[in-house]
Design a protein around this ligand. Structure first.
Ligand SMILES: [Zn+2]
Length: 487
């Protein structure tokens, strides 16, 4: 379907408007523009003008999905017109994309103009930029068959994973499972993964060393970032300080699990000082429970402000925020916003572990208050978390599945708005990849092409027939066979 040539057009791509770099798209040369508003019949011009004035999608199905503006001074061939895309009610915009030498050369409103071949008519198929999975556990992944969680609870997950690590986690085992997870993510269209790595004692040397090997081996295909994962008290000990040094050495992110504890503020002071001294970003697991008294997120935000921390801070899970009184939520979110903390929700894992009691039907969905967080202007994203391990018995590293489940669990569909940024652009920004997770002129053509034309079509089928382009070329998206995990 995709020609193996250096220059081609993808026509009639339905792209989420929020994922297009708008400043680069806003101005088009009139002469190159297939259709401008000024060339439209009077009635359609009126509809466009009216829709612009109302800032609403065009309701007339016959009308085009974009709007040309008024030409500025100058000759027609050289003048610029401001094009403003009018997305559908789902936030999708119809565009033509020119790919030249692996990069996106032009993005223009879709037209009926026939471009010379090679051009591929996507027939309104949705196009996403490649995904960003900003919270994973590649080191734990795919141990389910040998170490399932016998009762599905968080406590048994912790204990089972620890036992598995003690018995099996030598370099060869860790490498095989981490590589398997990376292969799955790559095939599904992911371009960057941030993974937490269990980092106690000698395990840190084994797992972070293996991570480093894979990071280098996959450098041309996936950006891999590592976060240390220990309880925060570890950073008050000499091995914890050594771990911070190791994280700095490998260019990683300092992280850990925060628990409510009389010493929590002192633990946080230690972590923030270690990060500050080494110029490291921070990434915490916080409040992964349904206890209204668990306010680690608030304490982390307070510590960030106390330390005037200048790095990026991410907090994952934050489930208990959903069961706290409104005044506590308000106080916490105020501090989180002041501290510039980004929140990552892990909806599939939360649904799996939270509210699990033997023989009882679960009541709550386990996720944090993603809508309220977003309404506060705080960056909020979704990611996969665990994959076929005692913390989550399923998963394949498919961020489309994460988004799909998040839409259902958190009601992201009324309206979709810019929620698709939560697994692409916003996530990329939070982990320091400002050119990833978006579609813009000059950026690599790292795209995912779906046959689905609208969100309901996209999220109703698994989309196993998606085409993943990297640098404008389709990749072999064959998933690794599970047999690769066998001894
Ligand atoms: Zn996690």
């Amino acid at each position: 379907m995709i020609p193996i040539v250096d220059r081609y057009w993808l026509k009639n791509a339905h792209v989420p408007a929020s994922l297009i770099e708008s400043d680069q798209f806003a101005t088009q040369t009139l002469g190159e523009h297939p259709v401008s508003a000024n060339r439209l019949p009077q009635q359609k011009r009126f509809l466009l003008t009216q829709a612009l004035a109302d800032n609403l999608p065009i309701q007339n199905p016959a009308a085009p999905r974009f709007c040309g503006g008024v030409a500025t001074a100058g000759t027609q061939s050289k003048s610029k017109i401001q094009n403003r895309m009018l997305p559908t009610r789902e936030g999708l915009t119809l565009v033509d994309l020119e790919i030249v030498e692996g990069a996106i050369a032009r993005i223009i409103p879709a037209s009926s103009e026939i471009f010379p071949p090679p051009s591929i008519d996507l027939r309104r198929g949705i196009v996403f930029p490649c995904f960003v999975d900003m919270h994973a556990h590649l080191d734990k992944g795919h141990i389910w068959e040998r170490s399932p969680n016998p009762d599905g609870t968080f406590d048994r997950a912790l204990a089972t994973a620890l036992t598995d690590a003690r018995q099996y986690w030598q370099a060869e085992d860790v490498y095989r499972r981490m590589e398997f997870g990376i292969k799955c993510s790559y095939a599904h269209g992911t371009k960057a993964i941030r993974t937490h790595i269990d980092s106690y004692g000698e395990q840190a040397d084994i797992s972070l060393g293996t991570f480093k090997t894979l990071q280098q081996e996959w450098a041309d295909r996936i950006t891999l970032q590592a976060v240390s994962l220990v309880t925060l008290d570890y950073y008050q000990t000499p091995p914890g300080v050594a771990l911070a040094d190791k994280i700095a050495e490998i260019g990683g992110i300092l992280g850990g699990v925060a628990y409510m504890h009389p010493e929590l503020d002192r633990q946080l002071d230690a972590v923030f000082s270690l990060a500050q001294e080494r110029g490291l970003d921070l990434d915490f697991h916080a409040d992964e429970n349904g206890d209204p008294n668990s306010i680690c997120l608030q304490r982390i935000a307070a510590a960030a402000l106390r330390h005037q921390f200048s790095g990026q801070i991410i907090c994952g899970h934050c489930c208990s925020l959903a069961v706290q009184p409104p005044e506590v939520v308000s106080q916490t979110l105020d501090l989180v916003k002041q501290a510039g903390i980004g929140i990552v929700s892990l909806p599939m894992c939360n649904l799996y572990l939270q509210d699990r009691k033997s023989g009882q039907t679960p009541y709550w969905r386990g996720i944090t208050k993603v809508h309220e967080i977003k309404q506060q202007g705080i960056a909020v994203t979704f990611a996969s978390d665990n994959c076929r391990d005692p913390f989550y018995g399923f998963g394949d590293g498919d961020v489309l599945e994460v988004f799909n489940q998040a839409v259902r669990i958190a009601h992201l569909d009324m309206p979709y708005g810019d929620w698709c940024c939560s697994v692409t652009k916003t996530a990329a920004d939070l982990i320091g990849l400002p050119k990833v997770g978006r579609i813009g002129v000059g950026l690599p053509a790292d795209l995912i092409l779906f046959k689905a034309r609208y969100f309901s079509e996209l999220l109703s089928r698994p989309q196993h027939d998606r085409i993943v382009l990297r640098n404008g070329k389709p990749i072999d998206a064959t998933l690794p066979d599970y047999e690769q995990l066998d001894d």
